[in-house]
Design a protein around this ligand. Structure first.
Ligand SMILES: [Zn+2]
Ligand SMILES: [Zn+2]
Length: 108
């Protein structure tokens, strides 16, 4: 799956258009909550799963500062609190797409 374009349509909404014309709207908050980095999501090392503690969000927590492409398979988001560890692959973004169509097909 390839991303055709990303637009920040408002302070809190990122709209992504896919090359199959599918449109995903993500709230920045939702994206931050789904940050795939080990610090946010935890990681499994030698069958031990480390789950990070919930920290109080810093100011700018879900504010998008910049988006940079990583190769042709992912994007990186720099957040207002300086966090930029998460690599959002296109597959992952499409997987977490919260539109009705995608949520429906996931439930089946
Ligand atoms: Zn993270
Ligand atoms: Zn969708």
């Amino acid at each position: 799956m390839q991303l055709k374009s990303i637009k920040q349509t408002s302070k809190e909404i990122l709209t992504m258009i896919w090359n199959d014309e599918h449109v995903s709207s993500f709230s920045t908050n939702y994206l931050r909550e789904h940050c795939p980095c080990a610090g946010c999501k935890g990681e499994t090392v030698l069958f031990q799963t480390y789950i990070p503690e919930k920290k109080e969000p810093l100011p700018g927590h879900s504010e998008v500062k910049s988006i940079s492409p990583v190769g042709s398979y992912a994007i990186k988001i720099l957040w207002g609190d300086g966090h930029d560890m998460g690599l959002y692959t296109f597959d992952y973004l499409r997987e977490i797409c919260s539109c009705e169509k995608c949520s429906d097909s996931r439930e089946k």
